[in-house]
Ligand binder design. Structure first.
Ligand code: UD1
Length: 364
């Protein structure tokens, strides 16, 4: 059985790594990796392959950046050629980025089976490009691996047949668990005792200059109370450069380039508080028991709010500042780790795929 893994953007790499590893235990399975090239900077891509001990991708489609339609279309036309040539038995796609939906659509049209890892998550906000990617990918997938039970409920409501859906747990937490010791070694010695770790890259936060300026002013206000460490995503960097805010010179704010996986995870373990609009970081902070304030009106990962340490502050900057104060005063939301976020989600995925392969061989 030939399995093709498709990855493209930063949050895909830590999800694919444990699945690749787990499938190595099945000798009848051959696997290879196609990188779409959606992310291409060294510190958005290559460094993750190195740190996660993944072999370099077998194929790189080198699509680069573009509008959603351009990027998705480029991935589709280049990936279709690969699928036609290599004829995989199963294509695994990860998360909710443009690479995910593009590959799923190619396979669905060619009658190639697709497995979606991190299926079923919903923000119920179609203004988010990722929500469109999730809805379409899950309708097309033949095997859907969910990280938590809310994913199964969403898929059932959308009419996805339950036989296709497997509650596997969270593969990103598999990587976190495996890499945590190395991440602790990667913590810089000159880290402040207490600090706020910030990441922002959602179009809803960074593409609107007026809103971004207000957000940056709020960060500057936080920086006057406690050091703020802010690794800046390339999308955000472009917009901060054009911003009227003087964040770069604001006291207490340390802007830096995007960090490699280990360095960022190391900082999360030591952060007093994380302020983010990322999806994955809401999950990582929940696992680590670190307070997280999410600058979004909704989340596709509600379990991080109901069970974990996450709180949505929406686009209410007064609420953001009030909640920061509360954490600094020691009023920290306690959370617990959701079921199946145990470091073995990829083993469960591999077992399902391996079992199906055995059945296919037996039948055929
Ligand atoms: C993408 C995903 C988002 C994910 C994020 C993680 C989609 C729709 N969005 O958003 O879900 O949370 O990745 O990072 O798939 N750029 C670089 N270097 C790179 C990559 C991008 O400079 O290596 C710049 C380009 O100017 C590009 C911009 O960043 O136009 C945005 O990149 P893009 O891949 O379109 O979306 P992200 O915002 O990274």
């Amino acid at each position: 059985m030939k399995i093709c893994h498709v990855v493209g953007a930063r949050p895909n790499f830590m999800k694919a790594a444990p699945v690749l590893r787990a499938l190595r235990s099945y000798p009848a399975i051959e696997q290879y990796v196609v990188h779409t090239g959606q992310h291409y900077d060294f510190n958005m891509s290559d460094v993750f392959f190195q740190q996660l001990e993944m072999a370099p991708p077998d194929i790189n489609l080198q699509v680069g950046s573009g509008s959603h339609a351009q990027q998705t279309a480029q991935i589709m036309s280049r990936f279709e050629a690969v699928v036609l040539e290599r004829q995989p038995d199963l294509v695994l796609v990860y998360g909710d980025v443009n690479s995910t939906v593009a590959a799923a659509l190619v396979c669905a049209k060619l009658g190639i089976r697709v497995g979606h890892v991190e299926a079923g998550l919903r923000s119920f906000d179609r203004a988010m490009p990722e929500e469109i990617n999730r809805l379409v990918t899950d309708q097309l997938a033949d095997m859907l691996f969910t990280p938590s039970a809310d994913g199964n409920a969403n898929l059932a409501r959308e009419g996805v047949s339950p036989e296709k859906v497997h509650l596997a747990g969270n593969v990103m937490i598999d990587t976190l668990v495996r890499m945590l010791p190395a991440a602790r070694q990667a913590i810089p010695a000159d880290l402040p005792e207490r600090f706020v770790l910030v990441t922002l890259h959602r179009p809803s936060n960074v593409d609107n200059p007026e809103w971004l300026d207000k957000l940056l002013e709020a960060l500057a206000a936080i920086g006057r109370k406690i050091p703020v460490l802010f690794p800046v995503h390339p999308r955000t960097r472009q917009h901060i450069a054009a911003s009227e805010s003087s964040l770069a010179s604001a006291r207490g704010i340390r802007l830096m380039d995007p960090l490699p996986y280990l360095q960022f995870l190391g900082l999360q373990t030591r952060a007093t508080l994380v302020v983010t609009d990322s999806g994955g970081i809401q999950e990582e902070t929940t696992f680590l028991g670190v307070p997280c304030l999410t600058v979004r009106e909704n989340t596709e990962r509600p379990i991080t709010v109901t069970s974990g340490t996450n709180l949505l502050v929406g686009q209410d900057l007064q609420k953001l500042l009030t909640e920061v104060e509360r954490v600094l005063d020691g009023n920290v939301k306690q959370g617990c780790v959701p079921p199946l976020w145990d470091g073995h989600a990829a083993d469960r995925i591999a077992a399902v795929i391996g079992e199906k392969n055995v059945l296919a061989v037996a039948k055929g």
